[in-house]
Design a protein around this ligand. Structure first.
Ligand SMILES: Nc1ncnc2c1ncn2[C@@H]1O[C@H](COP(=O)(O)OP(=O)(O)O)[C@@H](O)[C@H]1O
Ligand SMILES: [Mg+2]
Length: 333
């Protein structure tokens, strides 16, 4: 991880190359480097630079030339648990941490990304490629940009497959460290099609904390196992409510079900996001909380989960045999 090491007199300088700019261990690494170097006799001064080179999912490199280093599905057993909210805020969190991020609304029948990202426009086409729309530093694509809001989507499986294929292959995404995909609820055609079109680096399951959560998570896990998609972990959304007036905590949908489900099924628990009217309002107004109130505890929760996810993805990619694939990737600042 150490590059560009120079020593002149008592001054030691080097760059630490991280596997993701969202690395949650950055400050720990910095501390440990500092104390290790300063323990060397003669070392008096130290300057550490950080850079990153996001590890590419080796399977994405192998299958065909896709511009994504990693693809991440945000899923849940049922609707209304906050998948889209999590997908939007996690994508912005990864971008804020320094990654290049795209967000694909794979909820073809009920696209919510346009409203939640506050984008109402039609994508342009250039050189036979669809140009993604942009907001809050993300590249976006959604069926909602292509249809009228009141137009119902009644499509057969093959049409849906074709639409997803176009979104992945014919959109000018450019190089992305992470492509996040907001899935429709449950385990259906979209999940199947996506897994057929490209290798998914991993999936996260969003759940609310009630007892039924376990059944939902188990269902999602079984589906992704069948599709050979690694499960990166569980997020408990609407975890608790802290009254803004008196500070008292109320567990509206109970609490802890997400962690229990993750523990019981042997998958990582990635973190909790509280119920916060500001999250709901931000969704309705196209002003995601991580973008507009990044000092709030809820935004911080999304930032922490994004870091944990990026770390899981790095570890997963480094565990896989790269099969001789050497990626020549520019260094991010
Ligand atoms: N942590 C939260 N606090 C408050 N409201 C939330 C939270 N998470 C989601 N919501 C709201 O709940 C509703 C459903 O969320 P959504 O992300 O659309 O769920 P899904 O994509 O799973 O159907 C939306 O109105 C959203 O703003
Ligand atoms: Mg949704």
């Amino acid at each position: 991880m150490i590059r560009d090491l120079t020593v002149s007199g008592g001054r030691v300088e080097f760059t630490v190359m991280l596997t993701t700019p969202a690395c949650p261990l950055r400050s720990q690494i910095e501390r440990e480097c500092r104390s290790a170097v300063l323990a060397v006799p003669g070392a008096q001064e130290i300057a550490i630079r950080f850079a990153s080179n996001v590890v590419r999912d080796p399977r994405l490199g192998r299958k065909r030339q896709l511009p994504f280093r990693n693809t991440l599905a945000v899923a849940s057993g049922k609707g209304g648990v906050g998948k889209t909210t999590c997908a939007v805020n996690l994508a912005i969190a990864l971008h804020r941490l320094g990654a290049t991020v795209g967000l694909l609304d794979a909820d073809i029948y009920g696209p919510n990304i346009p409203i939640m990202m506050g984008v109402e426009a039609r994508p342009r086409v250039k050189d036979e490629r669809i140009l993604p729309l942009q907001a809050y530093g993300l590249k976006l694509m959604s069926m909602g940009f292509l249809i009228r809001p009141d137009q119902p989507m009644v499509w057969r499986g093959p049409m849906l497959h074709k639409a997803l294929e176009q979104f992945l292959n014919e959109v000018a995404w450019g190089d992305l460290d992470y492509l996040l995909m907001d899935l429709p609820p449950g385990t259906g055609d979209v999940q199947l099609s996506l897994a057929q079109i490209l290798p998914l680096t991993g999936a996260v399951i969003v759940t609310t904390p009630q007892d039924v959560a376990l059944a939902d998570v188990r269902k999602g896990m079984a589906a992704f196992n069948q599709l050979e998609v690694p499960l990166l972990g569980v997020i408990e959304n609407m975890s608790t409510f802290v009254c803004p007036h008196c500070g008292e905590r109320t567990d509206i949908f109970s609490h802890g079900g997400g962690r229990r489900a993750a523990d019981e099924l042997g998958i990582p628990f990635l973190g909790e996001v509280a119920i916060d009217p500001a999250i709901r309002a931000g969704g309705d107004d196209g002003q995601p909380i991580v973008a507009v109130a990044h000092h709030s505890p809820q935004a911080q929760a999304f930032m922490d989960i994004a870091g944990a996810l990026a770390a899981k993805i790095s570890v997963l990619n480094m565990e896989q045999p790269a099969q001789g694939l050497i990626t020549d990737i520019p260094v991010l600042g």
